[in-house]
Design a protein. Structure first.
Length: 499
């Protein structure tokens, strides 16, 4: 049982909805108010639609595994389609409530959508530094709010001239209803982009082994992956990273990645923690030791580091800028560690977006979900990602450990910028939830000593048959019982020779 048995793959599904089942026009908008105050932490917005005939039961369910998104548009601002975390939705009578006390996505604090026989209600609230980093400042000629639940879009437009008041550098704007129909938006090229085979050579089909960490765009990876073309980079790549805070892409290679919670415990004579390198079996086998080896070593002596995961900013816009497009991918990165030159590999990159914050914390552990029995931290504890930082919208992800695919929901990612322009990323945090009912259905490979063909839950504290005396199970999205997985990472800027 060596360290090389561990592989990790991240599958981030940040795909925008390409097709809609329908569009409902909101004509009973009451008000849209915006306050732009000194200091982004004081900025806020509220949008109300009341007694609107378009909001009728039954609504599409946005709770997990449902989907939802929000888009805000003015004559000079477009938030783009913001994917909403299904784990933050809950039932509210015949309707649904989205609540995020951390306001991690564009400062979005609350969404309430409730149908009624007398006309339904939609309420949207935003506040704080993540909204204030790029507030909807005036003057503006119109404002549109577009909420999508499943395949149904609800959209209302305010276009009467807003009343404006400006006192002591405080700007307030207010649109009064009723609202009108939204104007169709021009399709965004990234939503319908089709890969062009001539842009990128097709990789030679090879079987993927559990020893090689990969990123796969869907749950099922084919044996012949291809690279999806992205915008062409101008200029000639060099062996020295080009620091470009605006314009071209900036790529950062993950140089450390460690599972912090929950720990993996197995009955090997006694109940043994095999997570960290300093555990009882650390010299022979550990989860984090295996990950570290794959990131830092060239075990097959092919001149490439064994496992290279990159986060790319397109472009790198640091606070106080709001953010931009990004991508998560694997790559071929040359040795030595710290002087890598990286190029696209055969796996398809996964497009996403990122949002910046100049104050506060972009991501931190959820209260009561870390440590043995959830009463204290394992050592080392889970690190948070404080400002100046970026975060990525919630998505789904699959981690593969020793060939075991672990599907997570409500996955978030964030990290702190080091330098401006950034030379590295620190305090990186990934969090996602695994339901116990899912863990019970995932069987360990027959090649795993002692535990082959047993459920994954057997090695997770609190799971059926686990040897631990403590219970690490958490209450997750929709009240499901399971485990929040926390991984910390760091990354440094590398030379990128791809598009």
């Amino acid at each position: 049982m060596g360290r090389r048995m561990i592989a990790i793959s991240l599958v981030a599904c940040a795909c925008l909805l390409a097709f809609r089942a329908g569009a409902a026009t909101l004509l009973s908008g009451r008000v849209a108010k915006f306050a732009d105050k000194p200091g982004p932490s004081l900025d806020k917005a509220i949008i109300k639609f009341v007694k609107d005939a378009a909001i009728v039961a039954p609504l599409a369910d946005p709770t997990c595994p449902g989907s939802s998104s929000l888009r805000l548009v003015t004559d000079h601002y477009d938030s783009g389609e913001i994917l909403l975390d299904c784990a933050l939705w809950s039932h509210a009578g015949a309707g649904y409530k989205y609540s995020d006390p951390l306001t991690a996505t564009l400062g979005l604090q609350k969404i309430l959508v409730k149908p009624s026989t007398n006309g339904g209600k939609l309420l949207i609230k935003m506040k704080g530094p993540r909204y204030g980093a790029d507030p909807i400042g005036g003057p503006i000629d119109y404002f549109e709010a577009r909420l999508t639940l499943g395949g149904e879009e609800y959209c209302g437009r305010f276009e009467d001239p807003p009343s404006e008041q400006k006192t002591n550098e405080v700007e307030k704007m207010m649109f009064k209803g009723p609202s009108t129909a939204c104007v169709p938006l021009t399709p965004t090229p990234t939503e319908t982009e089709t890969p062009t085979p001539s842009d990128t050579p097709t990789a030679t089909p090879t079987a993927t082994t559990s020893d090689t960490p990969t990123i796969t765009p869907t749950a099922t990876q084919t044996d012949t992956p291809t690279i999806t073309p992205t915008a062409t980079q101008t200029g000639t790549p060099t062996n020295t990273p080009t620091i470009t805070p605006t314009g071209g892409p900036s790529f950062f290679r993950v140089d450390s990645l460690a599972l912090r919670d929950p720990h993996i415990l197995a009955q090997v004579g006694s109940c043994v923690d095999v997570t960290e390198t300093d555990g009882p079996l650390g010299a022979l086998f550990s989860i984090n030791g295996s990950i570290a080896d794959a990131i830092t070593m060239d075990g097959d002596m092919d001149g490439l580091l064994d496992f290279s995961t990159l986060y790319g900013f397109r472009p790198l816009n640091q606070p106080p800028s709001a953010g931009a497009d990004s991508e998560l991918r694997t790559a071929d990165c040359t040795t030595p560690l710290g002087g890598e030159t990286c190029s696209p590999d055969a796996n398809q990159p996964v497009a996403a977006t990122y949002t910046n914050a100049n104050v506060g914390v972009c991501l931190q552990p959820l209260a009561g979900t870390t440590g043995p029995g959830n009463i204290g931290n394992y050592m080392p504890p889970v690190s948070s990602a404080p400002a100046p930082c970026f975060s990525q919208p919630p998505t789904t992800a699959t981690f593969t450990l020793a060939g075991i695919e672990i599907p997570l929901v409500a996955v978030r990612l964030a990290a702190t910028y080091v330098g401006n322009p950034a030379s590295s990323l620190s305090n990186g945090l990934i969090v996602g939830f695994l339901a116990e009912s899912t863990a019970d259905t995932i069987l360990l490979p027959p090649t795993v000593p002692l535990f082959g063909n047993q459920p994954l839950s057997v090695v997770l504290p609190g799971g059926t048959g686990n040897c631990a005396l403590h219970d690490d199970r958490d209450v997750g999205p929709g009240g499901a019982l399971g485990w929040y997985f926390y991984l910390n990472f760091s990354a440094h800027r590398v030379t990128w020779t791809g598009p």
